[in-house]
Every structure is written in structure tokens, then in C-alpha cells.
Design a binder for this molecule. Structure first.
Ligand code: HEM
Ligand SMILES: *[C@@H]1O[C@H](CO)[C@@H](O)[C@H](O)[C@H]1NC(C)=O
Ligand SMILES: *[C@@H]1O[C@H](CO)[C@@H](O)[C@H](O)[C@H]1NC(C)=O
Ligand SMILES: *[C@@H]1O[C@H](CO)[C@@H](O)[C@H](O)[C@H]1NC(C)=O
Ligand SMILES: CC(=O)N[C@H]1CO[C@H](CO)[C@@H](O)[C@@H]1O
Length: 313
């Protein structure tokens, strides 16, 4: 009922003319959501950081050509895919999607899309990390195109708030929704190449600077640091408190707490865990509806990494 209302609301948003629905597989593959959840749980029990990987995968999938699993396609010898674009470097969690897909193909062949698996697995991993539980409308189909150049819509970590907002408004999101979605940086990692250039930023707490400098100079191949320096693997609102303390790792994250346009929202989410959670549920469900393929569009891939009918390029 609740989601009927939300979906009706989405009808006024031009790109989201969709009729995904909660429980789309309830008769065609009744165990679909259980199968995905069990795979996610098994992986989460081994490695709690998978929530970060899946959330970022969902974001990169949906912002590029819509939520159509274009991010999962592997490059071929002749042709490269979205995954191989610089912006996608270090997106992770592909094996979890593969594992869920194998289970689903066994239970109900050629029925559940890879795009839905990403949305469901992300939802499950957020709840496992202590975040909100929410229903995910399903019925997405898998896309037939995956091009590295399409990822240019994704904002870079050195963006200002207004630069990042351009990409979000272009995709139908408000500033409030952008600040909410960036709250996903409450979990997961960033590699040094994405923040090393701001290790002399005066808007960084000196103790964080010292710590990050040590991590990045510590050797190894492009080391990484937690995005939320307090509760790094918990899906909560501590990210907002951290950036108010100048403990943002990425430039864009720190800017959210400094820019007059977003600062008030940051302060309010920092002080109110419940309002962040409910705002996040609305925004992530909306993100999951971007440009979805439905009905006879696209296909249900057999293997999430390859198109059923190989492209001729
Ligand atoms: C202006 C928008 C955004 C920018 C510039 C941005 C940038 C980045 C960068 C550079 C990283 C580090 C990746 C790495 O080193 O592997 C990262 C990580 C991450 N991002 Fe974002 N991001 C944005 C929005 C979002 C949104 C909307 C979500 C999800 C709703 C999201 C979820 C994540 C998560 C969970 C991680 C951790 C990844 C991991 O642990 O592997 N980001 N982001
Ligand atoms: C690559 O392209 C050539 C011709 O352009 C074709 O013969 C070959 O099958 C393609 N290989 C793959 C892996 O797609
Ligand atoms: C290969 O190239 C075509 C465009 O010529 C594109 O539509 C297709 O999605 C590309 N990617 C892959 C991985 O085949
Ligand atoms: C870190 O998170 C805990 C748990 O949410 C909170 O009680 C504490 O105040 C936070 N610490 C800082 C420095 O914000
Ligand atoms: C250009 C580039 O760095 N591409 C990377 C994109 O992501 C894949 C898999 O995550 C990497 O293997 C590529 O190197």
C-alpha cells in the first residue's frame, strides 16, 4: 500500500514512468528475494564491507543508462564496457551478484533480472549493516548496451556541491535527495587516488590528515581508508557528524558540510537518525527507478556479465 502511493507519486517524474512493483516475482519465482538475501547474508558474514561495494554498484548502475545492470557487463576482446571506465575503477561485489544469479537460475531459469538482483542485494546489505529495512519494487529488465563513455555523467570526488548537483538534477533529484544519497558514504572505503590531492586541504581535521597521510604513504598499491571514520561499517548517520567535524575523506563529502546550500541539511541529518533513515529509503527507492526497462524491453540475462545475444561490435 505504502509503495503504491510512492509509485503513484513517481508518475509525475518524467523519467520514472514505471510500474515496477513490490513482489513482482511472487508467482513467477516466489523464493527470489529469499535466494538473494541468503547469498548476501553468507557474504556479509564473511565480510561486512560488502554493503559499501553493493551500494556503490547500485548507484553507478542507476546513474548510467538507468538501472539496467549495464555495469555488470564484462568487456570483450573487441569492445569495452562500462565497468572498464575510470569512474568505475574499484566498483566491487560482482561475484555476489553472480552467486545470486546462479541460485536464481537453478530455482527459476530466465526469470529474475540482474538489474533487480543489484537492487535487492543492496537493500539486504543495507539492513544487515544496521540501516533501514525497506521494500524494493522489482520488474526491471537487463539492458543491451554497455559503453565506458556513458559513465561521464558520474560526478568526480573533487566536485563542488553545485557541480555534483548538476548531475543529480539532470537525473531528477533534489539537493535534499543528493545530500541524503551521499549519506551512503557512511559505509565503505575510498582509495588514496581519490583523495590524496586534498591532504593539504585546510578544511581537514589535522588528526585525520595525519592518519590519511600515513595510510597513503604506507606502501602497497593504492591503499584505502574508511569514508566514515567513526562507525565505518555501520549504516547510520555518523557520516554527517564526521563531516561537521571536518573529518570528511573525499572533497565532495567535506563540501557538503561547508557549502551554505547543503550545510543545514547535513546538520539536520547529523542530529536526527530517524529522519536520515526515512529520507534515505525514499531516495534509494527513487534511485532504483531511474530509467528502468520493463515489459518487452531489454532481456533477462542468463549470465549477468554477458548479453544473451552478443553485440556485433
Ligand atoms: C557526488 C556524488 C558522488 C561522488 C563524487 C562519489 C564518489 C565516490 C568515490 C570517489 C568513492 C571511492 C571509491 C573507491 O575508492 O573505491 C566512493 C565510494 C562509495 N560511494 Fe560514492 N560518490 C557519490 C555518490 C554516491 C551515492 C549516491 C552512493 C549510493 C547511494 C554512493 C555510495 C558509495 C559507497 C557505498 C562507497 C564505498 C565503496 C566501497 O566500499 O567499495 N556514492 N564514492
Ligand atoms: C571481434 O571482432 C571480429 C571482427 O571484427 C570478430 O571476427 C570476432 O569474433 C570478435 N571477437 C569477439 C570476442 O567479439
Ligand atoms: C560494444 O559496442 C557497441 C557500440 O558499437 C555498444 O552498444 C555495446 O554495448 C558495446 N559494449 C559491449 C561490452 O559489447
Ligand atoms: C561515534 O558514533 C557513536 C555511535 O553512534 C556516537 O555515540 C559517538 O558520539 C560518535 N563519536 C563522534 C566523535 O562523533
Ligand atoms: C580504466 C579502468 O581503470 N578500468 C577499471 C574498471 O573496473 C574494472 C573492474 O572493476 C577494472 O578491472 C578496470 O581496470
Amino acid at each position: 500500500m505504502k509503495f503504491t502511493i510512492i509509485l503513484t507519486f513517481f508518475f509525475v517524474i518524467p523519467f520514472a514512468l514505471c510500474d515496477l512493483k513490490v513482489g513482482f516475482y511472487s508467482s513467477s519465482c516466489p523464493r527470489a528475494e529469499d535466494i538473494v538475501r541468503q547469498v548476501v547474508q553468507r557474504n556479509f558474514n564473511r565480510d561486512r564491507s560488502i554493503t559499501g561495494g553493493l551500494l556503490r554498484m547500485h548507484f553507478h548502475d542507476c546513474f548510467v543508462r538507468g538501472c539496467d545492470a549495464s555495469i555488470l557487463i564484462d568487456s570483450t576482446r573487441n569492445n569495452s564496457s562500462e565497468k572498464d571506465a575510470g569512474a568505475n575503477q574499484t566498483v566491487r561485489g560482482f561475484e555476489i551478484i553472480d552467486e545470486a544469479k546462479r541460485g536464481l537460475e537453478k530455482a527459476c531459469a530466465a526469470t529474475v533480472s540482474c538489474a533487480d538482483i543489484i537492487a535487492l542485494a543492496t537493500r539486504d546489505s543495507v539492513a544487515m549493516a544496521g540501516g533501514p529495512r525497506y521494500s524494493v519494487p522489482t520488474g526491471r529488465r537487463d539492458g543491451l548496451i554497455s559503453n565506458p563513455s556513458d559513465t561521464s555523467i558520474l560526478p568526480g570526488p573533487g566536485s563542488t556541491v553545485s557541480q555534483a548537483l548538476q548531475a543529480f538534477t539532470q537525473t531528477g533529484f533534489t539537493l535534499n535527495e543528493m545530500v541524503t544519497l551521499l549519506g551512503a558514504h557512511t559505509v565503505g572505503f575510498a582509495h588514496c587516488n581519490f583523495f590524496q590531492s586534498r591532504l593539504n586541504d585546510p578544511n581537514m581535521d589535522p588528526s585525520l590528515r595525519a592518519k590519511l597521510t600515513q595510510i597513503c604513504n604506507g606502501g602497497g598499491n593504492n591503499p584505502k581508508a574508511f569514508l566514515d571514520q567513526n562507525t565505518s561499517l555501520v549504516f547510520d548517520n555518523q557520516f554527517y557528524n564526521q563531516i561537521l567535524l571536518k573529518r570528511g575523506v573525499l572533497f565532495i563529502d567535506q563540501q557538503l558540510a561547508l557549502d551554505p546550500s547543503s550545510k543545514g541539511l547535513v546538520t539536520s541529518f547529523a542530529g536526527n537518525a530517524a529522519s536520515f533513515q526515512s529520507s534515505f529509503v525514499n531516495a534509494i527507492v527513487k534511485m532504483g527507478n531511474i530509467g528502468v526497462l520493463e515489459g518487452n524491453n531489454g532481456e533477462i540475462r542468463n549470465n549477468c556479465r554477458v548479453f544473451n545475444t552478443p553485440s556485433k561490435a
